[in-house]
Design a protein around this ligand. Structure first.
Ligand code: NFE
Ligand code: MG
Length: 510
């Protein structure tokens, strides 16, 4: 007999995502035969933007999320820039890139250390710590106290290190576990430094007040360039000496995760970090069943047959509608189902890296990817996996940080940080960027100087989408099929697959 399993909530932060699994019993465990991704909440940003001043949109849409607000702000600026017929000036482009780079660094560090690593690392190993590191000793005292005062396995026993499964899931070597815990704590500081760095030009974090169509409101003084650079250097050291080595070490210790969580092999990337020649640092495009094709925005539709909306299904986002219908029959989620030419598409670091690798022209990732394949003795195919998603996420930070150093050098100090523009009475625009979690698009229609329509198609909407009108599961739903669970009460293997996509439900439902 199979089991129906619900993981709820799946996320350690970032909203109410549940995943329901159907399984079949096998000799040594359960195999997932079907999965359902459930966004259990409606927010309605697209509805509340209607009738407002378009210039408010880059502020309001940043409230979609506290983890990737900058991407939302930049997508919104780009949609307006497109409608107003402008591009940022040179400083504006560089400052937007630098603010976004800071947000990527904080987001990836949080994802690995604070949202994912405790699926692999045993936080209770700290009880056996014998060293004299003050931070670790504090953690040890705290853990001893918690474990004494409540029975292990009770949900409150180890908060905030939850959800946690009890069982033989974790790394076994005590010193390795403790090393990761030390880095978990260091990463809290790194996250703060990345936030400060973001605020140097963004003025405020998480929701930057400085992002505007045409650039940024912060004049880049020499002091600010220095303030950014000194923090970037610290983050560079952490990423190169701690984060990347940790990700590599983890998947050397658990190499089976190069084979788990494959999915459709359909990837989509819009390109991100604008360069002076009009290209993007990571190139845009789509990969369908492993084959590259150039990006065609006309191929995007959002299905809602299984989503709690009464608006028509299969609309292009430029004509999209959002009419909530909480009681809709057969609908099981508040997430829409975006499709590209009818295909469910995975977005995120794996998509950015693979698209860049396959797109025509010089690839910034080829050398890295070839190096990883050699080091782990794996094929390109193996990147479609839990390990592949984590490794590409870490590696892209190295490239972004190196480029950010150049962008700082390129700034025209004390010169205008934005381009002027005129508002338009009527117009349409699309703003495409890549959030840390993947392809992000905002579609805007302006009428009588007001927002007439605003549609966001967000990374976690792509990844965590439900069945489409044809009944095809979303990318995460598909990647779970075939995953083997040792214990139906503690579906850790499935949780690892889901978290490799870096879920953000707040974003997905927006
Ligand atoms: Ni709330 Fe987000 C990112 C965006 S994910 S984190 O990255 O846009 O859907
Ligand atoms: Mg939307």
């Amino acid at each position: 007999m199979g089991q129906k399993i619900t993981i709820d909530p799946i996320t350690r932060i970032e909203g109410h995502l549940a995943v329901k699994l159907e399984t079949e019993r096998r000799k040594n465990g359960y195999i997932v035969t079907s999965a359902f991704s459930v966004g259990a909440m409606f927010r309605g940003f697209e509805v509340l933007l209607k009738g407002r001043d378009p210039l408010d949109a880059q502020q309001i849409t940043q409230r979609i999320c506290g983890v990737c607000p900058i991407s939302q702000g930049i997508a919104s600026c780009k949609a307006q820039e497109n409608a107003y017929g402008i591009k940022p000036n040179k400083n504006g482009r560089l400052l937007q890139n630098l603010i976004l780079a800071a947000n990527y660094i904080q987001s990836h560090i949080v994802h690995f250390y604070h949202l994912s690593v405790l699926d692999y690392v045993d936080v209770t190993s700290i009880v056996g710590y014998r060293g004299n590191d003050l931070e670790l000793l504090k953690l040890k005292d705290w853990a001893i106290d918690k474990l004494k005062s409540s029975k292990l396995g009770e949900p409150y026993a180890l908060g905030p290190f939850l959800p946690r499964y009890e069982g033989e899931f974790y790394l076994t070597d005590r010193d390795t576990n403790i090393e990761f815990l030390k880095h978990y704590l260091m990463a809290l500081d790194m996250r703060r430094i990345a936030h400060e760095m973001c605020a140097v030009f963004g003025a405020k974090v998480p929701h930057s007040t400085a992002l505007v169509p045409g650039g940024c409101t912060q004049i880049p003084s020499e002091e600010r360039v220095l303030a950014y650079r000194s923090r970037l250097q610290m983050l560079k050291d952490f990423v190169e000496r701690v984060y990347i080595p940790d990700v590599f070490a983890l998947f050397s210790l658990m190499p089976e995760y190069w084979k788990i969580g494959k999915g459709y092999r359909n990837l989509l990337a819009y390109g991100v970090f604008d360069l002076d020649n009009g290209d993007t640092l990571f190139k845009r495009g789509a990969i369908i069943y492993g084959k590259y094709e150039p990006l065609d925005l006309g191929k995007i539709r959002e299905d809602v047959k299984y989503s709690r909306f009464s608006s028509p299904s299969s609309l292009h986002p430029s004509r999209g509608e959002t009419i909530p219908d909480p009681d809709k029959r057969n609908a099981y989620t508040w997430i829409k189902a975006p499709r590209y030419d009818g295909h469910p598409m995975e977005v995120g670091p794996l998509a950015r890296i693979m698209v860049d690798y396959h797109a025509p022209g010089k690839s910034v990732v080829r050398e890295f990817l070839d190096g990883v394949m050699k080091q782990f003795n794996i094929q390109k195919e193996d990147f479609y996996s839990v390990a592949g998603r984590h490794v590409t996420r870490a590696l892209e930070l190295k490239i972004i940080i190196e480029k950010a150093m150049d962008w700082l050098d390129d700034i025209d100090v004390d010169k205008a940080p934005a381009r002027d523009f005129d508002l338009v009475k009527k117009g349409e625009g699309v703003g495409l960027t890549e959030a840390p979690r993947g392809a992000l698009g905002h579609w805007l229609t302006i009428s009588d100087y007001k927002i007439d329509r605003y549609q966001c198609v967000v990374p976690s909407t792509w990844n965590f989408s439900p069945r489409d009108d044809k009944g095809n599961p979303g990318p995460v739903e598909r990647s779970l099929i075939g995953v083997r669970l040792k214990d139906s009460k503690q579906p850790m293997e499935a949780a690892r697959v889901i978290r490799s996509f870096d879920p953000c439900l707040a974003c997905a439902i927006h």
